[in-house]
Design a protein around this ligand. Structure first.
Ligand SMILES: [Zn+2]
Length: 222
């Protein structure tokens, strides 16, 4: 999970939301809303950071419970996958990806990489704060699963995460071990590219850089 920059509501977005709010059974799922949400999210679920979601959904950060102000509040709308949206449910008191410096409050670790085919994800709190702890607990559930059926979707998520991190670490290895300057430079460019906000699982990849002092010095994106 990383911080997200959300485009302020345009007059067109405000008009569409106001119109839906006035209807007896209005709905946020309007083209202009969906397009902007997906664009701001870089097609990623704001919770798990999986990209190119097939079943993306509008997620109300503060559950609206049919409160129209919350239901049609642009700043309350985020883009999430079904797996995460279902696990979050009506939870409140989470870190807000629009306001909170999430990566300085939580660590994203993927362990057992290359040792077996079932990597373990460990999200850890860096700060002893209620919102941080609640968010960490939710994220660990997202990557691990809590029920018979959502453990399958969590496993699929971890497989995608392992694929992306494996790809990323192959460039790190090239960068660290190659004696050919051209190969090293090309690897460095790929590493920079793969650390950007619009790439899948950026939080995990940045963590790898943060944890290794030499790489941190070279690539730290902040
Ligand atoms: Zn998700």
């Amino acid at each position: 999970m990383i911080q997200i920059k959300k485009t302020p509501a345009t007059p067109e977005i405000i008009a569409v939301l106001e119109k839906q709010k006035r209807l007896k059974v209005g709905n946020c799922k309007q083209e202009i809303i969906l397009n902007q949400l997906v664009e701001d999210a870089h097609e990623k679920c704001y919770l798990c950071e999986n990209k190119g979601l097939v079943g993306g959904e509008i997620e109300h950060f503060i559950p609206h419970k049919e409160d129209k102000e919350l239901k049609f509040d642009w700043m309350n709308l985020l883009w999430a996958c079904k797996h995460c949206n279902t696990l979050k449910g009506t939870m409140i008191n989470l870190l807000n990806p629009l306001n909170d410096d999430i990566e300085n409050m939580i660590d994203h670790h993927l362990t057992s990489l290359a040792k077996d085919n079932n990597p373990k994800v460990e999200i850890k709190a860096l700060v002893n704060d209620e919102k941080v702890l609640i968010t960490v607990d939710l994220l660990n559930k997202i990557y691990t699963g809590t029920t018979f059926s959502n453990k399958f979707s969590a496993k699929t998520l971890r497989d995608l995460l392992m694929l992306e991190v494996g790809y990323f670490t192959s460039y790190i290895n090239k960068f660290e071990t190659s004696s050919n300057e051209q190969v090293k430079d090309a690897a460095a460019k790929m590493i920079v590219q793969m650390l950007q906000d619009d790439t899948p699982f950026a939080g995990f990849k940045r963590q790898i850089i943060k944890d290794r002092p030499r790489l941190r010095e070279k690539f730290f994106y902040n």
